[in-house]
Ligand binder design. Structure first.
Ligand code: RFL
Ligand code: PHB
Length: 390
């Protein structure tokens, strides 16, 4: 089998890149390890920047998002028993974010791909990438007991943090930057109305909490938890009791609880690989970088990587120029590092750090005090939260 661009991974970055390429007349094949149902079962991001929304429109997958997504012009930060609003729209000249689950984004992109007839191989086992330092890269995988080889011009490594693409690059050619945080997020999804109209990020002495949502009838809540804990130790009752303990009394009184649809623990990590291009292999999305979820940037960064990579591929196939592909890694990394900085800062601002001690806590209080006494500080938060320009 032969294609122009072989895409490893059918997460948001692989599906978005594939859809844009197909619409631009560039042949591509997606090779994914899991089943579509498994990919859709992972409950992850919920907040989209306007740039990511525009790309989903360009991919022809934005209709349901516009009909069902919730436009948010602000977020709240609760601390010291009070909720403070950050007016994202007023502080950014009218920008906003859209609350629409990653599951729905993935579903819409899968549907668009199915309708386009582009090729996808799900349940591809032992995928491996070869020859990307030369002119004829290939992807090998097993499917239904048979080994297949896919020849291509380029490989897009959209296979997430644990994927095979980054790991196939010789250690001497790549530099990794990493910070692992000493806690995780325990997430719960429930068919209950959200406790507030906008997201509430909470700093409490018992730890961070986040009140988010997927729709007007479906909520997503998170609690900072220890990495030693397991989901089984968190029956729903315990989760709701702990969440209420981290909310101010008025908000806690308005919380509607119910049975969980899903519960999971995610570790928090900052990670960047440099560069993001190795000959004819390009890394995009979580394959090249990870942010802690506090800034809601992971999925949005996947979209901006795809923007730069797609533009480079179009320039190559339409005009025979390599400038965009040559600049991919540098352009993407400039935006990635700013999102890394913001996500790290939001994480430092809003979590209890077991090793910070009294000095660290006072600095955190001063940072929050400053934030809510300075329009300039709020504007800096707002412009990063709604997304820096591409
Ligand atoms: P994905 O989604 O991990 O998809 C990678 C795909 O590659 C497949 N794969 C392979 N396929 C073939 N062969 C192999 N060897 C393979 N190895 C892996 C995998 O099965 C998978 O289908 O990466 P992608 O596409 O780059 O997308 C990245 C996003 O998923 C991620 O950044 C976000 O979910 C991060 N994130 C958030 N981002 C936001 O922008 N806003 C948010 O509000 C937000 N909240 C979150 C988040 C991530 C979270 N977790 C659990 C990490 C909240 C949480 C709790
Ligand atoms: C979510 O709704 O899953 C979500 C929202 C905002 C974040 C992280 C996760 O910062």
């Amino acid at each position: 089998m032969r294609t122009q661009v072989a895409i490893i991974g059918a997460g948001p970055s692989g599906l978005l890149l594939g859809q844009l390429l197909t619409r631009a007349g560039i042949d591509n094949v997606i090779v994914e390890r899991h089943t579509p149902a498994y990919v859709l079962g992972r409950i992850r991001a919920g907040v989209l920047e306007q740039g990511a929304v525009a790309m989903l429109d360009e991919a022809g997958a934005g209709a349901r998002l516009h009909a069902e997504g919730l436009v948010h012009g602000g977020i709240e930060i609760a601390w010291g028993g009070r909720r403070h609003r950050v007016d994202l729209s007023a502080l950014t000249g009218g920008h906003h974010v859209v609350v629409y689950g990653q599951t729905e984004v993935t579903k819409d992109l899968m549907e668009a791909r199915r309708a386009s007839g582009a090729r996808s191989v799900y349940e591809a086992e032992d995928a491996s990438v070869h020859g990307f330092d030369g002119d004829r890269p290939t992807v090998r995988y097993r499917h239904a007991g048979t080994t297949h080889e896919l020849e291509c011009d380029y490989i897009a490594g959209c296979d997430g943090f644990h994927g095979v693409c980054r790991q196939s690059v010789p250690a001497s050619a790549i530099r990794n930057f990493e910070r692992v945080y000493p806690f995780g997020w325990l997430g719960l999804l429930s068919d209950t109305p959200p406790v507030a109209d906008e997201l509430i990020y909470v700093l409490h002495e018992r730890g961070f909490a986040l009140c988010s949502m997927r729709s007007r009838t479906r909520s997503r809540y998170y609690l900072q938890c220890s990495l030693a804990e397991h989901v089984e130790q968190w029956p729903d009752e315990r989760f709701w009791t702990e969440l209420k303990a981290r909310l101010d009394p008025a908000t806690a009184a308005g919380l509607v609880t119910g049975a969980s649809l899903e519960k999971s623990i995610a570790p928090l990590r900052s990670f960047v690989a440099e560069p993001l291009r190795f000959g004819r292999l390009f890394l995009a999305g979580d394959a090249g970088h990870i942010v802690p979820p506090t800034g809601a940037k992971g999925l949005n960064l996947a979209a901006s990587d795809v923007r730069y990579l797609f533009d480079g591929l179009v320039e190559h196939y339409r005009h025979g120029r390599s400038g965009g592909l040559d600049a991919y890694s540098e352009r993407a990394l400039r935006r990635i590092w700013k999102a890394e900085r913001f996500s790290w800062w939001m994480t430092m601002l809003l979590h209890r750090f077991p090793d910070h001690g009294p000095f660290g806590e006072r600095i955190q209080q001063a940072e929050l005090d400053y934030l809510f006494s300075s329009k300039a500080a709020q504007a800096a938060l707002a412009e990063n939260y709604v997304g820096l320009p591409y």
